[in-house]
Write a protein that binds this ligand. Structure first.
Ligand code: UT7
Length: 329
């Protein structure tokens, strides 16, 4: 078996900054409520002319540049997203064309906030077996186009933002590598965080037409919170156990940016200080599949991570799905 490692990362966020005060002008909410409940100060909302594939393309180009490879070396594309430009096909096929690549394999992964780690795990398996050498893995969303921007939808609307992050994974001949990945799901919580339409379920349709009231994400925030604070530490501990590591061996936890209070609960359960937990939620909100690669790319950009450091990526989200990846840099 071979090993894989991340050789370069990039990210892209829309220019359009929406502050908590901006939101309070269009719905009954406040800067104080949002900051105290989630730690979010502002987020980016893609304008109508910017779609998920545009952000994915910019993030991918930055990752290709940072990894110093030729884009022709890429032999697979995996995109994690729940807000693809079209219902089908996926953003991955658009990237293949926009990056001017050969007719390589390209597919999307719909595992919500866990989609980036799911995609890294798949890329790792392909590289380990020798079936692929260099895989472009992207998490990208413009999900705020789907949210209900009114008091009715405020519980969801204040949390989410848009963006994209990309990683290039390639075969490793050194200690630097993906050490392990662990993926989980529990479908009984499907309706705690979901968007019912457009879909093929009979419930999505009324008299032959899509029920537009179901064409927006819905969330039981408390249920998500309760499960997240259990599953995050659980899957991080799973990564530690699988690699015979102690939490003190870890330089950083890079959690999916769901809510600052969830990150604080993770730190408390793992008995670590918050300076070991990467956080950028105050700037971008929850960008679903994009949050981990954006946070990781920013941490690399500011030289927080050095060769030999061990980090753990961890995610939890709709499905429910949850996952972790332990990486030696
Ligand atoms: O990637 C995973 C994605 N999702 C998450 O991570 C979400 C996890 N859950 C959470 O982060 C929290 O549950 C929320 C931040 C969504 C909500 O915080 P909470 O402390 O659980 O509040 P709540 O839902 O229990 O609502 C408390 C009150 C309610 O009013 P009443 O019934 O007490 O009068 C809500 O109607 O706050 C009200 N509320 C708001 N008020 C101002 C709900 N949303 C808002 C809002 N602004 N945006």
């Amino acid at each position: 078996m071979y090993k894989s490692k991340i050789i370069g990362m990039g990210y892209s966020v829309p220019e359009n900054i929406i502050s908590n005060n901006d939101l309070s002008k269009i719905m009954d909410t406040s800067d104080d409520w949002i900051q105290s409940r989630s730690g979010i100060k502002e987020r980016r909302w893609a304008t109508n002319d910017v779609s998920t594939s545009d952000l994915a393309l910019e993030a991918s180009r930055a990752a290709i540049k940072n990894s110093k490879i030729n884009s022709s070396d890429i032999d697979m594309i995996i995109v994690g997203t729940l807000s693809s430009d079209y219902f089908f096909p996926g953003v991955s096929a658009q990237l293949q064309e926009k990056l001017n690549l050969k007719t390589i394999g390209a597919f999307d992964i719909k595992a919500a906030c866990s989609a980036f780690i799911y995609s890294v795990s798949i890329a790792d398996q392909f590289i380990k077996t020798g079936a692929a050498n260099t895989v472009l893995v992207v998490g990208a969303e413009t999900q705020t186009k789907l949210i209900e921007k009114s008091t009715k939808g405020r519980d969801v609307a204040v949390l989410f933002g848009d963006g994209a992050g990309a990683a290039l994974l390639s075969r490793s001949n050194s200690e630097s590598s993906i050490l392990s990945t662990h993926l989980h799901s529990d479908g009984k919580h499907l309706k705690s965080l979901w968007m019912e339409a457009p879909g093929t379920s009979k419930d999505s349709w009324v008299n032959g037409s899509i029920d537009l009231s179901k064409f927006t994400p819905k969330m039981n925030g408390r249920e998500v919170f309760r499960n997240a604070v259990t599953r995050f530490p659980e899957v991080i501990n799973e990564a530690l156990d699988a690699n015979d590591l102690d939490i003190n061996d870890i330089k950083f936890i890079v959690p999916h940016q769901a809510n600052y209070r969830i990150s604080e609960a993770i730190a408390k359960k793992l008995n670590i200080k918050m300076d070991k937990v990467i956080s950028n939620i105050h700037k971008y909100g929850n960008t679903t599949a994009a949050s981990i690669p954006i946070a990781l790319a920013e941490a690399l950009e500011s030289n927080k991570i050095s060769k030999g450091d061990i980090i753990i990526l961890a995610a939890f989200g709709a499905g429910f799905t949850w996952a972790s990846a332990a990486i030696r840099w």
